[in-house]
Design a protein. Structure first.
Length: 299
């Protein structure tokens, strides 16, 4: 047991406070209070929480918290070893894509329209010549009488063949509509979380069929636990919760390209959802990480 932990424990016992009583006063989980008394600061969520928990403990047993922190500063972890640079919201917002400048050229509107008009005129000339030739052939055929024959119209077999052709065309159109509907349904697939990797302390997912993150919601039970959100393992903290930890954690993630979430004790979390899709946490008493990546647009 460390000198700091022994000092705090003696003052707690002088106040006739049990660890359960102190937990109710400070809203700090009992296992963290035991870790403070035993000097096991490495088991706490982080350096910030080590100093914050000791300060809250000291105040709860009637001590001068600042004096305690100053006296036993050599036993506490140095906050400089875990300092992080928090990116500003402006730095995390993607810059708008700039449109490519229009290509300059010397071609005027007139030089573009002239070839088009020439093509249209040639097409009209060909059309009139063609229709005039068809009309001439039709007139000549009608003027030539055939001896011993009369026009009876299309035969019954020809009518039946025409009807069969119409039915086949209708079936092809129906089949084409079904294929088009099928393609539409495939393109509108629902978002899905795909588990890519899992070990003792980390689970990695890929969010498919989604262009961005819409929401992250971590619902706590009565005790709750600490949560830290980063964009990735090497980036700074985007948002974290503070004691007491029993409030739901719902940060704004719409500007992030990936999620890196550290959770102190998963048993104190009721539900963990991303874009409304639930994730099962690892069954471990140590700190765990949930990482969610967006599916690449090229995949």
């Amino acid at each position: 047991m460390s000198e700091l932990g022994n000092y705090l424990k003696e003052n707690r016992e002088e106040k006739q406070l049990s660890l359960d009583d102190l937990q109710q006063r400070t809203k700090i989980q009992k296992r963290y209070l035991v870790a403070i008394e035993e000097g096991n600061f490495d088991t706490l969520p982080g350096i910030f929480y080590a100093r914050a928990f000791v300060k809250t403990y000291a105040e709860a047993v009637g001590l001068n918290a600042e004096e305690v922190l100053t006296t036993y500063k050599n036993e506490l972890p140095s906050p400089q070893s875990e300092s992080v640079d928090l990116p500003s919201r402006a730095e995390r917002v993607k810059p708008p894509k700039q449109k490519a400048p229009a290509k300059s050229g010397n071609r005027s509107l007139g030089t573009i329209l002239v070839p088009i008009l020439i093509v249209i005129v040639l097409a009209l000339i060909v059309y009139f010549v063609w229709t005039a030739g068809d009309s001439s052939n039709t007139d000549n055929t009608a003027e030539e009488p055939q001896e011993g024959s009369s026009y009876d119209g299309p035969t019954a077999d020809e009518d039946e063949a025409d009807n069969d052709e119409g039915d086949v065309t209708g079936e092809d159109e129906a089949q084409g509509d079904e294929e088009a509907n099928s393609d539409t349904e495939d393109n509108g697939a629902d978002p899905e979380l795909v588990l890519e990797n899992e070990d003792a302390t980390t689970k990695t997912y890929t969010l498919t069929n989604a262009d961005s993150f819409d929401s992250l919601l971590i619902e706590m039970n009565d005790e709750g636990t600490y949560v830290e959100l980063r964009e990735n393992e090497g980036s700074g903290t985007v948002e974290q919760n503070y004691p007491p930890f029993n409030e739901d954690f719902e940060p704004d993630v719409t500007d992030l390209e990936s999620l890196y979430v550290r959770i102190g004790f998963g048993a104190e979390v009721d539900t963990f959802t991303v874009n409304g899709l639930e994730i099962d946490l690892l069954d471990t008493s140590s700190v765990q990480v949930i990482e969610v990546l967006l599916e690449s647009e090229n995949e």
